[in-house]
Write a protein that binds this ligand. Sequence first.
Ligand code: TXA
Ligand code: MG
Length: 323
Amino acid sequence: MRQTERLSADASGLARAAAILRSGGLVAFPTETVYGLGADATDAEAVARIYAAKERPSFNPLIAHLDSFESAKRQGVFDDTAQKLAEAFWPGPLTLVVPVAPTCTISDLARAGLDSVGLRVPAHPLAHALLQQTARPVAAPSANRSGRVSPTDADHVLGDLDGRIEAVLDGGASPVGVESTIVSCLGGAPRLLRPGGVPREAIEALIGMKLEGGPEAGAKLLAPGMMASHYAPRAQVRLNAVSIGPGEAALLFGAEAPEGTEAARAALNLSKNGDLVEAAAHLFSYLRQLDASGAATIAVSPIPESGLGEAINDRLRRAAAER
Ligand code: TXA
Ligand code: MG
């Protein structure tokens, strides 16, 4: 990739950033918490590039950023508590995990295949202007490489991601400096999934009850391999399949069709060209489609461990183990 553009915090910088996002590119942008690494959340290949740029070894669900509560309501279903929280703390450093709405346009990959979605309306004026101009939900994890600390200015972003993303919108230092508080409202009592910019006490005072969960419960839930909420197919998953058994569903990768593919109950190819970004973009929707075929087993072709292959294989190993 070419050198990363540093865009200024003015009308032309914003227009350029929105144009890059709308054409599937990656733009880091300031929010009041930390800088986010943004991509069009409705474009699975753009979202796959986020994971590639970050060298994230697994697909966590990402937060989708919106310009308003009105826009958020098209993506998620807000119960009374979620509505109250959104009205009190948006725009601001709060993320709400809610069930997906029937009108949701956020890609499966950004949601890591879940039926819920993490939504946030940031307060930073540049983030707000960018989201308005982009006019799409923008998926954005913190704009650092995996395992490094979250960036709070454009230099931090470039230190980690120069040459790996199209642009960074330079808005100076992020005022809050810690990530957003994440609360899930999925029916039943709301849960604190991650402490952050909005204090627990402020939330509890507003809703008039204690939040379930806490730093320990949250950390446990979000630790790799422990996210109970991860999408798991109903079918058994058989990895590194070099041939397909009769009646199995086949999740293929690469140009060659394994022996037995003709007799498969259903077959989908993650990427005939062996492109791991394309494969990541298709992963969750193809798993769902093959699961829906009713096959007892989904046989998966070997997938290389390089680049996004590590995250794809991580997810597939969990799908194979979760029984
Ligand atoms: O302040 C922030 O929240 C920053 C800025 C850029 O907005 N973003 C951020 O994103 O911290 P990230 O990807 O580092 O953290 C997203 C967290 C993950 O831990 C993920 O597990 C959780 O949000 N999350 C998102 N959607 C979820 C869902 N549907 N269910 C459970 N957890 C979810
Ligand atoms: Mg992060």
